[in-house]
Design a protein around this ligand. Structure first.
Ligand code: NAD
Ligand code: UDP
Length: 386
């Protein structure tokens, strides 16, 4: 830890970071990294702390005193500005960010991703504080290639699908496809932050995560989250595997995604935190272009990996098709393909992801099996007895 230097060889001074949404999936990994590898202090703001309780409770931990939890709902708490003022940097992760909510709770989604983020931007700008804001790859929406005929050879040309921060358009579906409420709110807050930078000198960095996955992502329905809840795909498929049910492929599972291991992605965020001169004023894609699969391929790989880590034989029919209307309800729509252009982050921060899809699934499913298998078994036996 001693003698840490930035990418330009300058010593890194300890800073105070106000991390909003610190109790979530990404926040928990970022807090872990900051506590174990740096001397920075974290003012952790969230309404939940379960995912960071291992960092907060024992006073004997070596970072005792460097992380403080503030149970604050940023919608309506006057303490927020004070915390931002106390910090050198604010990292805003707070959001409703589960696709099952976008078309069923569009108002909450828009308020959470735009209105609730407004005061954070305003306090940073007014108090001359640096901001790292979490947006999403979903601001790109659909690829240009999605509008070409299925058999068009142009679909293979990267110009029609590669998503670049400074060149690709943002292509959303019609208003009645409420799926796009999230992407649109995130796009507007990005534009506002960019404008604060241009007109008022706000020092900002915008992060666009491309399907970061790993331990502690979302919840297993009925175990550590609502039984009717629909988390993101990793937790949906883990839940199916833990319950020995077929994995549900929405509209055939043809959509394509690139998945990145959370620990690789956190490395990129850490470089942004500690290299302000290289990160300020930039929007960064953070993903792993080498880990592209269709959702169907993801289901097949997860089935194989889960069998390896649990020792259980896969089902004879491991997947089942379900329509998006049945699975998500009216107003769902999908991004067809998401491959990040890595040019800008590579140039500014020299960062590249490392972990293959197989390896990241193996470590994540080992965690899921260890954490949840027994609880799921007990919950299922209770249901059968009742
Ligand atoms: P998460 O849901 O695990 O974490 C979000 C956290 O914010 C939660 O702990 C939640 O309690 C907190 N929060 C929400 N509203 C709040 C409020 N009003 N006051 C206080 N706390 C509040 O999600 P995550 O995967 O960790 O995502 C973090 C950020 O990254 C989000 O902005 C999300 O849009 C963005 N993102 C993540 C991914 C990904 O791959 N995980 C992809 C795209 C974008
Ligand atoms: N999906 C699926 N089965 C599930 C959950 C999700 O086929 O049980 C699909 C979903 O329709 C989308 C992809 O998996 O095409 C990724 O969904 P996720 O919820 O992780 O978020 P997204 O990448 O769309 O933001």
């Amino acid at each position: 830890m001693a003698g840490r230097v930035d990418l330009d060889g300058n010593p890194i001074n300890p800073m105070t970071i106000c991390m909003i949404g610190a109790g979530g999936f990404i926040g928990s990994h970022l807090c872990e990294k900051l506590m174990s590898e740096t001397q920075h202090t974290v003012l952790a703001v969230d309404v939940y702390s379960d995912k960071i309780k291992h960092l907060l409770e024992p006073t004997s931990l070596p970072w005792n005193g460097r992380i403080q939890f503030h149970r604050i709902n940023i919608k309506n708490d006057s303490r927020l500005e004070g915390l931002i003022k106390m910090a050198d940097l604010t990292v805003n992760l707070a959001a409703i960010c589960t696709p099952a909510d976008y078309n069923t709770r569009p108002l909450d989604t828009i308020y959470s991703n735009f209105i609730d983020a407004l005061p954070v931007v305003k306090y940073c700008s007014e108090n001359g504080k640096r901001l790292i804001h979490f947006s999403t790859c979903e601001v790109y929406g659909k690829t240009i290639g999605a509008f070409l005929p299925e058999d068009s050879p142009l679909r293979q040309d990267p110009a029609y699908f590669l998503l670049s921060e400074d060149a690709s358009p943002c292509i959303f579906g019609p208003i009645e496809k409420q799926r796009w409420s999230y992407a649109c709110a995130k796009q507007l807050i990005e534009r506002l932050i960019y404008a604060e930078g241009a007109e008022n000198g706000l020092e900002f960095t915008i992060v666009r995560p491309f399907n970061w996955i790993g331990p502690r992502m979302d919840f297993i329905p009925g175990i550590d989250g609502p039984s009717e809840g629909v988390p993101r795909v990793l937790a949906c498929f883990s839940n199916n595997l833990l319950r020995h049910e077929p994995l549900k492929l929405v509209d055939g599972g043809h959509s394509q995604r690139t998945f990145i291991y959370i620990k690789d992605a956190i490395e990129a965020v850490s470089l942004m935190i500690e290299n302000p001169a290289r990160a300020n004023g930039h929007i960064f894609n953070v993903g792993n272009p080498n880990n592209e699969v269709t959702v169907k391929q993801l289901a097949e790989m997860m089935t194989q990996v889960y069998s390896k880590v649990s020792g259980e034989t896969p089902l004879e029919t491991p997947t089942v098709d379900v329509s998006s209307k049945e699975f998500y309800g009216e107003g769902y729509d999908d991004s067809d393909k998401r491959i990040p252009d890595m040019t800008i982050i590579n140039r500014q921060l020299g960062w590249n992801p490392k972990t293959s899809l197989w390896d990241l699934l193996e470590s994540t499913l080992t965690y899921q099996h260890r954490t949840y298998a027994e609880a799921v078994k007990q919950a299922m036996s209770k249901t059968t007895t009742n």
